[in-house]
Write a protein that binds this ligand. Structure first.
Ligand SMILES: [Zn+2]
Length: 255
């Protein structure tokens, strides 16, 4: 636990910014007929995005095309599949808690830190179902720190938008009242599933600890601008940073 604490850095403005980018990318996914789950991988020393991922399970018709795997494939193309050095400098920002499969892959690669929005009630590997990131299973030496709850409401709302739309398209839509979009109520945030009280204060400051105790979100307000309008430009912006990073690594390997 002490080791985990050392790795667990206080949440900064950069972390919020990167979660905003990931959330816009999830909105982009929604606008392109995918599940609104997205992630970006950030090279922490340079604060630069080096890879990103969208869920691609609808289009590819495969259950394993999770956002995290798409990002990992990009990193491997840039640095070579056998170079795992880089993962220790990477933080993953993802709108929904990584599933058990992805959590295990991230751990085996040696990623150091994950920041996510809402929990994954059915398959979560960072505390909801299993705690792959901090347990003694596969690659126990590679435990990584995991911080939940940034832009959680936004992540939940995007999933609600998606399910309501899917229901409207289905041949037997449920009755109208049932599929009314709920924009106001959210399940309690069970912080203790993911971090203990000390870790929470370390990450978010002692002044915010009431949120841990009350099971409430860090921020009352929903950032509607992130989820209520298309963000078609976001992919371009991310891509540009990823390309710059690839050039950067190419140069490094040349010299
Ligand atoms: Zn996954």
């Amino acid at each position: 636990m002490e080791q985990r604490m050392k790795e667990m850095k206080p949440i900064t403005g950069n972390d919020w910014q990167h979660m905003r980018t990931a959330t816009k990318l999830a909105r982009y996914a929604l606008d392109h007929d995918e599940t609104p789950v997205a992630c970006i991988f950030v090279h922490t020393p340079t604060n630069q995005i080096l890879a990103y991922g969208l869920n691609d399970t609808n289009k590819s018709l495969t259950g394993v095309a999770h956002a995290e795997f798409m990002g990992i494939a990009q990193i491997q193309r840039a640095t070579g599949a056998h170079d795992r050095e880089i993962y220790k400098d990477i933080t993953l920002y993802v709108t929904v808690e990584p599933c058990i499969m992805c959590a295990s892959a991230l751990k085996q690669l040696g990623l150091r830190r994950v920041v996510f929005g809402c929990g994954n009630e059915r398959f979560g590997g960072n505390g909801s179902i299993l705690s792959i990131h901090s347990d003694e299973s596969t690659a126990a030496a590679n435990k990584y720190s995991s911080v939940p709850g940034l832009l959680r409401k936004e992540a939940i709302l995007l999933l609600r938008y998606f399910y309501v739309r899917e229901n409207e398209r289905s041949p037997n839509p449920r009755v109208k009242a049932e599929r009314k979009l709920d924009l106001e109520t959210f399940p309690p945030m069970e912080w203790s599933r993911y971090v203990d009280r000390d870790e929470f204060m370390h990450c978010f400051g002692a002044e915010n600890v009431r949120h841990f105790d009350d099971k409430t979100d860090l921020r009352d307000q929903v950032e509607w601008g992130l989820i209520d309008e298309p963000h078609d430009k976001v992919l371009e912006l991310i891509q540009r940073q990823c390309d710059a990073f690839r050039l950067h690594t190419a140069k490094k390997f040349k010299s």
